[in-house]
Design a binder for this molecule. Structure first.
Ligand SMILES: [Zn+2]
Length: 342
């Protein structure tokens, strides 16, 4: 899940005072830069990892990964403007569409995720598509959801025809509108993934939830398009979102994070670090807040800026641009992304 603990790099960088402050400027458009932003988390919450090398002990626990073509079933909970839906769908549809965008692309980014295998050696699928959509315009389970009631939202959706139960290749992605609150949203999580219980939904279905934080806590969950206020005047400011929507551009990176983790740990018994499966450190958690080469110590890494100052690191279909965090590579044993400079 995307939790509110500091990432390893931020922590290590602060710990050993290492800061790669190199700013690369190329004579091409777009410009590469490595913006400094206020730290994502405060040091005090890093205690969890002090004296621990949990982070680098990512282990495979013998469970399945999503090695078959992945069918995403979208559940739009609450009122979603069409423009915001299109933005998120363009991101999801960019994952498999390797011809739709120049490098570094969303499809290149997913390649790191696809390096993970199960015990038979089967890789996570590179085929990801939107297989169905359901709109819960009437907030069927209210405007405050919990980790359990979100499963009832899925149950309501799969009971509606023609939205199917796809227990072979399906994953369910519940996206809540900005007026919906979720248990622990903004305080502990920006998104999470799990699987449904047969007693609630009738089946065991992998799912992820991500909320639009635009009105509730953009400085937490739409970082770095909004930054914490504690820096006061004179500190580094926020970055301009690539599609002009702080909340939804921020969601895109959280959706990427959750999809990567859902695919590599769908039943919470495959790829994670740490001894506690109820609080696993997964392949997205290891690289939270890192978007390019030279990140850490208050820097997000080298990313791109277009002529209008919009920040991004990936290209997608329909000329879209996105800023998506890097993912831990099982090959490099480091965070990786297609916009790496080395
Ligand atoms: Zn996570």
């Amino acid at each position: 899940m995307l939790s509110l603990f500091p990432n390893l790099f931020l922590f290590l960088s602060l710990l050993i005072g290492l800061c790669n402050c190199r700013v690369q400027t190329l004579n091409t458009n777009p410009t590469h830069f490595n913006p400094q932003v206020p730290p994502l988390r405060t040091l005090s919450s890093s205690k969890r990892f002090e004296g621990s090398s949990e982070f680098v002990k990512l282990k495979y626990h013998m469970g399945p990964v999503l090695s078959s073509p992945i069918n995403i079933y979208l559940i739009w909970y609450g009122k979603w403007p069409q423009s915001q839906k299109l933005l998120i769908k363009d991101f999801l549809n960019s994952i498999s569409d390797h011809r739709a965008a120049p490098s570094p692309s969303v499809s290149d980014w997913w390649r790191t995720v696809s390096l993970y295998t199960d015990q038979t050696g089967a890789n996570i699928s590179r085929s990801v598509s939107i297989a169905g959509e359901y709109s819960d315009l009437r907030y069927s389970h209210g405007t405050h959801l919990t980790r359990l009631s979100v499963q009832e939202v899925i149950a309501t959706a799969v009971q509606a025809k023609p939205f199917p139960v796809d227990h072979r290749n399906g994953i369910y992605l519940i996206l809540t509108a900005e007026d919906v609150t979720m248990e622990d949203f903004c305080r502990a999580v920006c998104g999470f993934h799990y699987f449904t219980f047969p007693s609630k939904v009738g089946y065991t279905l992998p799912y992820a939830w991500v909320g639009n934080s635009g009105k509730q806590c953009p400085e937490v969950c739409a970082y770095p398009f909004a930054v914490p206020g504690y820096m006061g005047g004179g500190g580094p400011g926020h970055l301009t979102p690539p599609n002009g929507d702080v909340g939804v551009d921020g969601m895109v990176s959280v959706i990427g994070h959750e999809l990567a983790e859902l695919s590599s740990n769908p039943l919470v018994n495959a790829w994670y670090a740490g001894e506690d499966p109820t609080a696993p450190t997964e392949i997205g958690d290891l690289c939270e807040g890192l978007y390019g080469t030279g990140g850490g110590g208050g820097y997000i890494g080298s990313v791109m800026k277009d002529g209008e100052g919009r920040t991004f690191n990936l290209n997608g279909r329909n000329g879209r641009k996105f800023l998506v965090q890097w993912i831990w590579s099982p090959v490099l044993k480091a965070c990786a992304g297609p916009n790496a400079l080395d």
